[in-house]
Write a protein that binds this ligand. Structure first.
Ligand SMILES: Nc1ncnc2c1ncn2[C@@H]1O[C@H](COP(=O)(O)OP(=O)(O)OP(=O)(O)O)[C@@H](O)[C@H]1O
Ligand SMILES: [Mg+2]
Length: 265
């Protein structure tokens, strides 16, 4: 695990309940800098809730969530805003504004966080990221006219347009055909290599995850049941992890399977 000072995101014993429903029941996790961490787990297990804690949209009942050293629940609004300026987020539902064009959607965080940029500079930056997500020339395309895969790419472009150090993706592959899904994975891998961004990616696509992630964290029953490199987690003998991953996953050999940290549940 990364040194505490080096982890851009640190969760310490995070607890969260909604009414009588316990969603996070003591989750501690350091997200390594400059790497891709995948968060996996069954539906309804709290993956999106965990991500919303990182951006400060949900506050923990107990425990701490810090991003770049700032406690997202207790820091003054100004400090939380300064942290948000350094991160990009792709929400599970895409959250694009249908009344905006494709380009205007991508431009939105630039207007919010970089008022010093001129309209021409913003336009040039949007064109640049549109090319990065392989949608060149789509600035004026009405958002409702985009396909599902294109919407994901636009969401991704919007998440990276400000040049964030940390990017959070909630299911960038969901609802996509395998080829588009692979293309999104390749894009994430490319962005990590070229821009050195720290990624946290929630996904249901296990095979795709293994292709893009450096580390995997698995949530189950409100707890982190597995954490380690892809090889460590995918070779875990933990019954819940095995059941979730399935028996037939063909995997690379682990360097040291014994080193996977698997807290009991
Ligand atoms: N704001 C909220 N108020 C009440 N309950 C909530 C709220 N947000 C999430 N929940 C509940 O918390 C649980 C975890 O939700 P979450 O969206 O994190 O699941 P998930 O792991 O992302 O699932 P999926 O894989 O289906 O996206 C669910 O039972 C959900 O209904
Ligand atoms: Mg979710």
């Amino acid at each position: 695990m990364a040194e505490p000072t080096d982890a851009p995101v640190r969760l310490v014993d995070v607890h969260k309940r909604f009414g009588t429903l316990t969603v996070l029941d003591g989750v501690s996790l350091d997200i390594p800098r400059g790497q891709t961490t995948a968060i996996i787990g069954p539906s309804g297990t709290g993956k999106s809730v965990l991500l919303k804690h990182i951006v400060g949209l949900i506050k923990p009942d107990a425990g701490e969530v810090s991003v770049f050293g700032t406690n997202m629940a207790t820091a003054p609004e100004r400090e939380v805003y300064a942290v948000r300026k350094r991160l990009g987020m792709l929400f599970q539902d895409g959250a694009l504004f249908d009344s905006f064009s494709t380009g205007e959607n991508i431009e939105f965080p630039l207007k919010q966080h970089h008022p010093e940029m001129s309209p021409a500079q913003r336009r040039a930056r949007v064109e640049e990221v549109l090319a990065m997500v392989e949608l060149p020339g789509l600035y004026d395309r009405p958002t409702p006219a985009l396909s599902g895969g294109q919407r994901k790419r636009v969401g991704l472009a919007r998440a990276i347009v400000t040049g964030p150090e940390l990017v959070l993706f909630d299911e960038p592959n969901s609802g996509l055909d395998p080829m588009t899904s692979d293309a999104i994975d390749a894009l994430i891998g490319h962005l990590k290599e070229t821009l050195g961004i720290t990624f946290v990616v929630i996904t249901h696509d296990i095979v795709g995850t293994i292709n893009v992630a450096d580390h995997i964290a698995m949530l189950y029953g409100g707890k982190l049941v597995a954490w380690g490199t892809c090889a460590e987690v995918t070779h875990s003998e933990h019954p819940i992890v095995r059941r979730f991953l399935g028996r037939n996953l063909i995997l690379p050999a682990p360097h040291d399977p014994a080193s996977a940290r698997l807290p009991s549940i």
